[in-house]
Design a binder for this molecule. Structure first.
Ligand SMILES: Nc1ncnc2c1ncn2[C@@H]1O[C@H](COP(=O)(O)OP(=O)(O)O)[C@@H](O)[C@H]1O
Ligand SMILES: [Mg+2]
Length: 631
């Protein structure tokens, strides 16, 4: 993975000292967390690599996971690379047939790290964490809080880089508050001299050295291009971008175009992909890529694959392509790139969305590919990315006034937002989806929207008029559904029966409708039905019935890999223990709190807090109750 001309490591003594001290603390079993931050090219990744090398020399392990560039990330992207590097079983967090929700995956990772830890500490690096998806940040937070784990967790973050979502931004700030900050500035003049000597550049006199240090601001990436160009005798150009642009300018126009197209395709490309998108022979593409490698712009990843030496180089290579050509290239990439796993689809969706403005046809393609990618992402627990992609697809659908039906897209988006645990944000989206579905006569979308509007609890709508409207909608949706839609029909029936029973309707109807759902064999529908039925059975006389129901719900939610329903199951389980006056209730509540907090599910945390207040009051601990109520 390393470029052959990689200069030896210089300077950074105080930072190394601090990080090696943290490594020592990690070796004693105390997880350590540091965030290395600074401008692009300053040496964040390299510093992390050097700390890793130190850990390896002491008998520990190191693994680095870069974050996804260009748009919506497949879930846990950097962690997949980290675990692959460590040699963890591939199914630890990637898709696997047997059940596992997000929390289960986090636990599996923790277990793996614990069981595979060596006598020294591991250094795990989430590189470019400003681009990390929320799940990756949640997992980082979870591990950083683990006890007795010999781990030094390093995050690198580019300063002032926009973070893709406010959710990721919040998580990152939170992580940074708990972390040791390692800010990086330019290398010292002495380090610059050492760098140039190590790179084999002619030794500059002291004045020139000072000038180089000043002009490059001690930025090693800048120094790198200076050294490659060996322009120390003729003077140094100003600006990091300028130095890289000069390097790119050395390519002839054909090579430059191929470089630009490679950059547009992604941070890592294969000869084959470049040849398809550029419409040239593979031999020609391979030769061009080899010349860029010689110039030090790319690195050889093996197997006819290449990567850019730095994201800044990639961005600048791409910018040499005129905007109209760029759109065209995105459209070609969306059409020609292959593969249907989530990562490939995310990349194709990025290209298709970028090209959507070209024509109505391109807009249609973009919506279609975004929906496919979102489906794949959801199947891999990438709810946040799926929701973001579907939001963009919705914008494109509206902006291009596409004739194709919109109800399916609208309801998929609302469901993705709900799966993120954003109950309040999902509601208006379901409302909108229901309106569109009625207008378009899409019975399936209408049923899904009506179910989503019900929310996760029974009787969520506080205002009687709202509740009536929702029930009427659910009845209409059930009537409109054709008979073969057995799962949706059964789900609506449970929902209606549970809402009725909450208003004094017969319980038998709820239990019968749960049985009907069970017969469909759909684990997700069953978990949802059991949760609603449990809610309907809260009166004291049903206490004996509820625990088994909660347990079955927990199992069904795990089988359906639904994190939100799993949390609901644990929530009902804790409630049952309390209502039965069981001593295990406290531990169950604590387990629920940890899980909801790990996944950052605010609606469940809200309930946990409510239960904690009640408990404190019951135990006569009024001060504590007050504090909990304020939190
Ligand atoms: N202290 C250093 N000594 C030698 N080379 C360095 C040093 N820091 C960074 N580099 C080199 O400079 C280039 C940019 O560094 P990198 O770590 O990728 O920057 P960042 O991650 O901050 O964007 C890389 O080629 C890297 O190997
Ligand atoms: Mg970096």
């Amino acid at each position: 993975m390393r470029s052959p001309r990689r200069p030896s490591f210089v300077g950074r003594a105080p930072e190394m000292e601090q990080l090696v001290r943290m490594l020592g603390d990690a070796e004693a079993g105390d997880v350590q967390l540091a965030v290395i931050h600074g401008p692009p090219g300053i040496g964040k990744t390299r510093l992390a690599e050097e700390v890793g090398a130190t850990a390896e020399r002491r008998g520990g392990r190191v693994a680095i996971g870069g974050c996804w560039q260009d748009g919506d990330a497949p879930p846990l992207w950097p962690w997949r690379a980290i675990l692959r590097d460590l040699g963890a079983p591939a199914d630890l967090i990637e898709e696997r047939p047997e059940a596992s929700d997000r929390f289960a995956r986090f636990l599996a990772v923790l277990e793996y790290l614990r069981s595979s830890s060596r006598r020294s500490a591991s250094v795990l690096v989430v590189d470019d964490a400003h681009l990390a998806d929320p799940a990756s940040l949640l997992l980082s937070r979870f591990l950083a809080r683990a006890r007795s784990l010999p781990l030094l967790l390093l995050l690198t973050r580019r300063e002032q880089a926009p973070v893709p979502s406010s959710e990721a931004q919040q998580l990152l700030s939170e992580l940074e508050r708990d972390a040791v900050a390692i800010p990086l500035e330019g290398l010292s003049e002495a380090a610059v001299g050492a760098y140039l000597a190590a790179a084999g550049a002619p030794a500059p006199d002291p004045q020139l050295l000072r000038a180089v240090a000043a002009v490059t601001k001690g930025n090693p990436l800048h120094l790198r291009s200076v050294a490659v160009q060996s322009e120390l005798r003729t003077g140094v150009h100003g600006g990091l971008e300028r130095a890289i642009a000069d390097l790119i300018d050395r390519l002839d126009p054909t090579d430059r175009r191929l470089m630009a197209l490679s950059a547009l395709i992604g941070p890592e490309v294969s000869v084959f992909e470049v040849s398809r998108v550029a419409d040239v022979s593979p031999a020609l593409a391979a030769e061009s890529l080899a010349r860029a490698l010689d110039l030090g712009l790319t690195r050889d990843l093996g197997g006819e694959r290449f990567g850019f030496v730095h994201e800044l180089v990639r961005q600048l290579a791409m910018s040499s392509l005129p905007v109209s050509h760029r759109l065209e290239a995105h459209a070609r990439a969306a059409r020609l790139l292959t593969g249907d796993e989530a990562a490939r689809l995310s990349r194709r969706a990025h290209h298709a969305l970028a090209a959507a403005g070209r024509s109505k046809e391109d807009a249609e393609t973009a919506v279609r590919i975004a929906r496919e990618a979102a489906r794949a992402l959801r199947a891999e627990d990438g709810f946040e990315s799926a929701a973001a992609l579907l939001a963009r697809a919705t914008e494109i659908q509206a902006a291009a006034s596409l004739a194709q039906p919109a109800a399916g897209l609208a309801v998929e988006r609302a469901e993705a937002v709900l799966a993120c645990g954003h109950l309040a944000a999902a509601r208006p989206l379901f409302q909108q989806a229901a309106r569109v579905a009625e207008r378009e006569g899409d019975a399936e979308a209408l049923a899904r929207a009506a179910l989503g509007l019900g929310g996760v609890w029974v009787s969520e709508h506080r205002l009687a008029a709202d509740a009536e409207r929702m029930l009427a909608l659910q009845r209409r949706a059930l009537e409109a559904l054709p008979a073969p839609q057995t799962v949706l029909r059964a789900r609506l029936a449970v929902r209606l029966a549970a809402e009725e029973s909450y208003r004094g309707g017969p319980l038998a109807a709820v239990l019968d409708s749960v049985e009907a759902v069970r017969r469909t064999g759909d684990a997700h529908a069953l978990a949802e039905a059991l949760s609603l039925a449990h809610h309907a059975l809260l009166a004291p006389e049903h206490a004996w019935r509820r625990p088994a129901m909660a347990n079955e719900l927990i199992a069904a939610a795990a089988a359906a890999r639904d994190g939100l329903l799993s949390l609901l199951g644990l929530c009902w389980h804790a409630v049952d223990l309390f209502l039965l006056g069981q001593p295990a209730a406290g531990a169950a509540l604590e387990a629920l709190r940890i899980r909801a907090d790990t996944l950052r599910c605010s609606s469940i945390l809200f309930i946990v807090r409510g239960m904690e207040v009640m408990l404190a009051i019951r135990a006569g601990r009024f001060d504590e109750a007050e504090r909990a109520a304020e939190a």
